[in-house]
Design a protein around this ligand. Structure first.
Ligand SMILES: C[S@@+](CC[C@H](N)C(=O)[O-])C[C@H]1O[C@@H](n2cnc3c(N)ncnc32)[C@H](O)[C@@H]1O
Length: 218
């Protein structure tokens, strides 16, 4: 039976949607960060190596970079990565951006990590990928971190499937927070904070029912 909470698009259709989206929203102005990024920044102890997956228009990577963190954003859309690299240069930010899909086999080797000082960050990424890609994401997060490192995620949950959306129709999967947290635990992470609800990610008429979670690597 078809799951009504999942939209069905091929990988090429998803990539083409995001490339067209970022090509049309390119800007030279400093973007505002998400509410989640400002929350996570307040939880960091000091300068941190941050690996952002699904960095999109780069707003959160550039925000973390402007606060002294050493940031690499990764996104499957080459248009997004080109726009972010140009914007980082314009703004004088040191953040770097890599065009790669989450299941690309050589991705881990392209990313420099600092043991004990790394945060894997993903906002509105987990619901934009498939179940299999979620497993690839958690495999990669486990590979890129060592004990004491952190993982921070925010995503649309199953309870958001019928809510209004500001961005156009494209692939979205609505995630069950209990299942995601259990899977993260199996990948070596311990849940240190987990909430869900409305109001965390309001954007115009879209007040998504989201989950936020912070994890520490065991
Ligand atoms: C909803 S956007 C989130 C952007 C940004 N994090 C934010 O919160 O504004 C999801 C992003 O994930 C990227 N993406 C989707 N599938 C991907 C995949 N399989 N591998 C890497 N990036 C992917 C898209 O290109 C898009 O930029």
């Amino acid at each position: 039976m078809t799951d009504p909470t999942v939209s069905h698009e091929s990988d090429a259709e998803r990539e083409s949607y995001w490339n067209a989206y970022y090509a049309s929203t390119r800007t030279a102005r400093r973007p505002l960060p998400s509410q989640f990024a400002t929350f996570v920044a307040g939880e960091l102890e000091g300068p941190t190596r941050i690996l952002e997956f699904g960095s999109g228009a780069g707003r959160d990577s550039l925000f973390f970079s402007s606060h002294g963190h050493d940031v690499t954003g990764v996104d499957g859309s080459k248009a997004a990565v080109d726009a972010c690299s140009a914007l980082a240069a314009t703004l004088g930010e040191g953040a770097t951006f890599v065009a790669a899909t989450i299941d690309q086999p050589d991705l881990a080797s392209q990313l420099r990590v600092e043991a004990g000082n790394t945060l894997v960050y993903a906002r509105f990424f987990v619901h934009a990928i498939t179940d299999e890609e979620e497993t690839a994401f958690l495999d990669l997060a486990a590979r890129l971190t060592s004990p004491g490192d952190r993982l921070a995620v925010e995503y649309r949950t199953v309870r958001d499937s019928s809510g209004a959306k500001v961005t156009g129709a494209h692939y979205r999967r609505f995630v069950n927070p209990s299942s995601f947290n259990a899977k993260a635990v199996l990948h070596g992470f311990e849940v240190t904070y987990a909430v869900e609800g409305f109001g965390f990610a309001k954007y115009k008429q879209d007040d998504a029912y989201v989950a936020r979670a912070l994890f520490v690597r065991r």
